[in-house]
Design a protein around this ligand. Sequence first.
Ligand code: NDP
Length: 265
Amino acid sequence: NIKNQFVIFGNPVEHSKSPQMQNAGLKHINFDGNYKKHHLVDGNTIKDVFLQNNYMGANITVPHKEDAFANADEVRGLAKEIKAVNTYINENGKVIAYNTDAPGFLKAIESFEKVKNVLLLGAGGTSKAIALALKSKDIKVTVLNRSEEKLDFFKQHQIPCFFWENFKPETYDLVVNSTSAGLKDEYLPAPKEMLEPILKTAKFAFDCVYGKITPFLALAKENNCKIKDGEDMLLFQGLLAFELFTNTKANISLIKAMRKGLKAE
Ligand code: NDP
C-alpha cells in the first residue's frame, strides 16, 4: 500500500542505478513512496502505461526519450526544444514532461571554471540536451559526430556541427564525450590523430559515461586535462527529477544520501 509509486522506463532497464539513488532520497526525507524499474518495450504506450499504473512520476531512459516527449500532455522548459524528455510527473491525471539531463549536465560542469568554448562529441539524444543547455548559457558549442546523418537538429539550431571527414578544429576549453564509445568497449569517440591535438590545448574533459575511466578520459588525462566522468550528471538529473517528484528542494544532506545510494553496490 505505497501511496506514491515512481518508476524508470527503459529497454533495457536492468542496469539502471536510478532506483537505488531515488529510494535513498525518498527514505532520507521520509517520503511515502517507492521507485522501481519498469521494462517497457513499446515507447508509444508510455503515457497509457504510466496513467494506468497510477504512477506519480517517472524517469525515462534509452530508447524512449523521444517517444515520451511525443506522448506527453504538456512539455515544460528546454525539453520543448530538445524534443526528448527524461521525466514525467502526474499532475491530476495529466502527464507533464521535463528534461533534467540538460540542467543536470550544467550542474555537473560547474566545477570547471570559465568555460566559454566547448567541443561536443556525438549527436544522439544526450548530445542534443547538452548542446541546448550550453547554448542557453551563451557558451559556444561545436558538435563533432562520426557520421553526418544526425546533424540536422544542430543545423536547425544554428549550432556549428561537423562529421569526421569535414571537421575544422579550433581551440576549446572543454571537450565532452556524449557518444556511447567507451561504454562497453575500448574505442575512442573519434580517431586519436583528431582528438589528441585538441585535448593538448583543452583544459577540461567530461565523459557522460559513469563509473569508469573511458579511453577518452584516459587520453585527456595523458594530455593534462582536468577530467570528470558522468557520475555528477546522473546524480543531478536524478536530484532535479526528485525535486519534481516530491515537490521539495534539495539540500546538502539529501544530495549526500542520494550519492551514497547511487554508489552502493
Ligand atoms: P545515442 O544512441 O542517442 O547516441 C549515440 C552517439 O554515439 C551517436 O552520435 C553515435 O554516432 C555515437 N557513437 C556510438 N558509438 C560510437 C563509436 N564507437 N565511435 C564514435 N561515435 C560513436 O545515445 P545517447 O545520447 O542516449 O547516450 C550517449 C551516452 O551518454 C551513453 O553512453 C549513455 O550511457 C550516456 N548518458 C549518461 C547520462 C548521465 O547522466 N551520466 C545521461 C544520459 C546518457 P553515429 O551517429 O555515427 O552513430
